[in-house]
Design a protein around this ligand. Structure first.
Ligand SMILES: C[S@@+](CC[C@H](N)C(=O)[O-])C[C@H]1O[C@@H](n2cnc3c(N)ncnc32)[C@H](O)[C@@H]1O
Length: 213
């Protein structure tokens, strides 16, 4: 479904283009991200929504750069605006679909991937759209290379169980797993928009961290 764009967001996005958000010319960036963020460790959040996570993480970690990928035009504007308001030089947003990751990044160019509250796509016939489906894991493995980390949080237990099975089948090392992140030993530096909403309702948050071999 193609969502209708809000005209004011289209205009506001143009003002943030290149400084905070990219929506074309991405193939030219492939292999050059480290030049955009010299000496920073490159991290990607796929499906970044309105950007609470990447902006919060970028503030806490000036030694890292956070690139958010968001496929909905009118949502992708918000993380870019937040990054500008916070005057951050270590955040960029890509308005695009993660299907195209390998057109934008060279193998090994990214060091950490974050998936937060990914769309569950509950129907079996849509399983390939889940961002933890093995087809996506193949892309992530190439982008990250050996030793790359992926951290995944979700309120959705069905998606979580599916994802853990995909991780096992793919042969990654699972180094952390919790069905209740907020009451676990694991660090959780920044809560996402969805995480705040679900945890306020008392929903436990599932968490898994994997390392690609
Ligand atoms: C449920 S929201 C979660 C947003 C945010 N990560 C959070 O935790 O608050 C999922 C977001 O992922 C985006 N998304 C889903 N599939 C995507 C894809 N293939 N590529 C890029 N973004 C995607 C959606 O547009 C949506 O904004």
């Amino acid at each position: 479904m193609r969502l209708r764009r809000k005209p004011w967001i289209t205009e506001a996005m143009k003002e943030l283009q290149d400084e905070y958000v990219y929506f074309d010319g991405l193939a030219e960036k492939k292999g050059h991200w480290q030049e955009i963020f010299p000496e920073k460790r490159l991290c990607l959040e796929i499906g970044c929504g309105k950007g609470r996570f990447i902006v919060g993480m970028a503030e806490l970690h000036p030694e890292k750069a956070f690139i958010g990928v968001e496929s909905q035009h009118d949502i992708a504007y918000y993380p870019a605006r937040k990054a500008k308001e916070a005057n951050l030089d270590n955040v960029k947003v890509i308005y695009g679909n993660a299907e195209h990751l390998e057109e934008w990044f060279e193998p090994g160019e990214i060091k950490e991937i974050y998936l937060n509250f990914s769309d569950p796509w509950p129907k079996a016939r849509h399983a390939r759209r889940r961002l933890t489906h093995r087809n996506f894991l193949e892309k992530y493995a190439r982008l990250l290379g050996t030793g790359g980390h992926l951290r995944f949080k979700t309120d959705n237990r069905i998606l979580f169980d599916f994802s853990v099975e995909e991780f096992k089948a793919f042969g990654v090392e699972i180094i952390a797993l919790s069905y209740d992140l907020h009451n676990s030993e694991y660090e959780n530096e920044v809560q996402t928009e969805y995480e705040k909403r679900f945890s306020a309702l008392g929903t436990p948050i599932n968490f898994c961290e994997i390392v690609f071999k």
